[in-house]
Design a protein around this ligand. Structure first.
Ligand code: ATP
Ligand code: MG
Length: 365
């Protein structure tokens, strides 16, 4: 990787265009402070505006335009009133995921200071920051989302519909390996695998088998498995138990929405679609979407965008810059901090007020 990281910036739609400048502001502050070379190249495709002008989400040569970048820093895509979701999503993000073989989806779910988690302890008292701190790792390319199957006798009483789950040894092992490595790098060194081998009797036992095989290579990692149904209950009732949680495409999809939801505002949570081989760019985007209901008002919380910028720097090898941004976010969220708060955090501040405060804290920190 060159000493200057080339970042493809795609702000996309709705609040994506409002939180992106704040993400870039904080990245610039961190780059200056730590002497990191970042080059931002902006692209207007993968947005519904682009679709309205060109009749498609991406130009024909999109792969040449962004495929050589070190990472893609993404805002949000989608504007259901103008373009149906299946077009905006399938025509952009899902193309990136497939073509750039972003086979791991990562979503940290951490309860931050100053945020009230909607899940409480059994005695009804609130969860403290740090009590929820997990990373959800989702298989991102195969599994239940194979699109292999078909329909017979359509529209008749005899109608039959089949969709296959595909698990390959390469596909399962590579996401498990990533999850084991993340678990090994964290203090608790605890990996939970989501399964359903009591109901899905062929593919899920295979998944369990591969987990057991790989666990032998990671004797320092404590491994357990739960069926997906009880696992969702545990997420709500005792989220403090979990550290790294790995799941197939479907189970990971469910858990990676549930985990961040347990930690409060959707405006804070980040996500990454990774190609850990680094043959292709990885993509970093907030969990939230384009939020048409609040777009254009300058009130969106920029922390999700800023946090994924931190994840991107970490992935590019700049752990200290990641940590500095996370400290700045936590300092601004901490109760008693005089940093401005956006509405979802109970304040009146604008998107850029909060972005500027975090950037200043990175510089000062
Ligand atoms: P998508 O389908 O792209 O996930 P969505 O319609 O499901 O989008 P979001 O766009 O994420 O959902 O919005 C869900 C709700 O959360 C909306 O009410 C929105 O206003 C709110 N929200 C989302 N992001 C933020 C943010 N950054 N700051 C404040 N509120 C937000
Ligand atoms: Mg949604």
């Amino acid at each position: 990787m060159s000493s200057v990281h080339r970042i493809a910036v795609i702000a996309g739609d709705g609040i994506g265009t409002e939180v992106m400048p704040e993400g870039l502001r904080v990245l610039e502050a961190a780059a200056t402070k730590f002497g990191i070379g970042l080059q931002f190249d902006h692209f207007d495709f993968s947005s519904c505006d682009y679709y309205e002008r060109h009749g498609k989400m991406l130009p024909d040569d999109w792969k040449e335009q962004i495929g050589g970048h070190d990472a893609i820093y993404f805002g949000a895509v989608g504007w259901p009133d103008k373009v149906p979701d299946h077009i905006s999503l399938w025509g952009s993000l899902l193309m990136f995921r497939r073509e750039f073989d972003q086979y791991v989806n990562v979503r940290p779910a951490r309860l931050m200071p100053g945020v009230r988690a909607p899940v409480v302890r059994r005695d009804g008292s609130p969860r403290e920051p740090g009590e929820i701190d997990m990373v959800i790792v989702r298989e991102n390319t195969e599994g239940e989302y194979s699109s292999i199957g078909g329909r017979m006798y359509a529209g008749t009483e005899r109608e039959i519909v089949v969709q296959e789950t595909v698990m390959s040894r390469v596909g399962v092992d590579r996401v498990l390996r990533y999850a084991f490595e993340v678990a090994r790098s964290r203090p608790k060194k605890h990996l939970t695998s989501a399964t359903k081998s009591n109901g899905i009797a062929i593919t899920m036992p295979y998944w369990d088998e591969r987990v057991e095989a790989m666990a032998k290579e990671y004797p320092d990692v404590k491994v357990d498995k739960f069926h997906i149904d009880i696992l969702t209950a545990h997420f709500v009732q005792r989220p403090d138990f979990f550290d790294v949680v790995v799941g197939s495409n479907l189970f990971g999809d469910i858990l990676s929405d549930l985990g961040p939801a347990c930690t409060g505002t959707i405006g804070i949570a980040p996500s990454a679609n990774l190609n850990p081989t680094r043959q292709h760019p990885s993509l970093f985007e907030p969990v939230h979407g384009s939020a048409p209901d609040i777009a254009g008002q300058g009130i969106a919380n920029p922390i999700g965008q800023i946090w994924c910028g931190a994840m991107m720097l970490d992935f590019l090898g700049h752990r200290e810059a990641h940590d500095a941004i996370m400290r700045a976010i936590e300092a601004c969220l901490a109760p008693g901090s005089d940093a401005p708060r956006t509405r979802d955090l109970g304040g009146q501040a604008s998107t850029s007020d909060l972005g500027k405060a975090i950037a200043a804290s990175v510089q000062a920190g």
